[in-house]
Write a protein that binds this ligand. Sequence first.
Ligand code: NAD
Ligand code: WQD
Length: 346
Amino acid sequence: MAERMKVLVTGGAGYIGSHTVVELVAAGFDVHVVDNFCNSERWILQRLATLCGREIPHTELNLLDEAALQACFAAVKPDAVIHFAALKAVGESVQQPLRYHRNNVGGTLALLQAMQDHGCQHLVFSSSATVYGNPESCPIREDAPLGATNPYGQTKLVMEHVIRDLLAAPGSLLRAAILRYFNPAGAHESGLIGELPRGVPNNLVPFVAQTAAGLRAEISVFGDDYPTRDGTGVRDYIHVVDLAQAHVAALRALRDGGDREITVNLGTGNGFSVLEVIEAFSRAVGRPIPHKRVARRPGDSAECWADPALAEKVLGWKASRGVDAMCADAWRWQQGLSDTPTAARR
Ligand code: NAD
Ligand code: WQD
């Protein structure tokens, strides 16, 4: 393998992928982005060039276009792949299960085939806490029961299974890290990159940010009768830069030996309620943010937070940024969005 690892980042223009590109370049990896921009913007690549101090090579393609993907592997010759590219909206996946399975599972199959055909042996895969379904108890360890409550979650479970089947195949040289993210939030501290939801945000933090910016009238707090400290849902919000750095740690762990399979939670081990997140964001903004209590959202669990001990042990990584930094960074990004080409279209 090359002294300097070349990493192909699928979905590298997206929210978590873009932050990971910055951390990879800072850590001395060569990066090549693959994206079809179905849920991201081309101008993010210019922001990445600014942050990284050089252009980031990229190929615009859909992972389902196997010929284009194979040609990209032949040209780039990556030593490793970090695979972010997927559709991720839970509600949409219930409406369009076939599209989700085709894009997420089909895209992953094409990618794994290309890796095998081109002798690429290192994979870091974006999984999700969604694979724990409605958790029986918290904190959640990696050996907790698995189960999906929606088609998006099913695609993550299927992809995890496919990767494990490949790892177990006779003669397989694959080494893979399956990373189960809890609730990624926040933005790069420069304010140059961050989350770009299309339409009404599904996730709490971007919705709060848009409400703070006056783009939405008020936040709906989904349920205040959960058995939690203030009755609202509790989640493990992890700063996206901490998450990005975990990918660098995972690549190094795969490269430097040890287990051929790593499956770890990426969370902080701390839960915050919906009201606590709104309060933290209000502190960042310097004024209250309007919100009202409404009925529970179907499918939501009361609480979901990680036991992050295994990630620390296996990757030597642990989240260091708190919820206040997360909100301050998300707010900086939100405020800068009005100066981007996207502001007019969203
Ligand atoms: P995102 O939508 O911002 O990024 C995904 C990127 O992949 C986008 O740039 C999109 O254009 C691209 N893409 C999707 N399908 C593609 C295809 N077929 N070919 C080429 N490019 C394609 O999402 P994100 O929040 O950065 O999520 C990244 C990964 O992390 C996803 O796999 C997601 O399921 C997983 N994840 C996200 C969260 C979260 O809350 N954001 C939580 C857990 C897991
Ligand atoms: C967080 C909390 C809501 C919006 C989802 C996916 C999961 C993973 C991360 C991809 C909950 C409450 C939300 C709002 C609210 N994604 N909420 N008002 O549901 O924990 O996880 O994103 O893998 O798979 O399911 O995240 O941000 O939607 O919700 O009160 O407008 O905020 O009820 O308690 P969730 P979320």
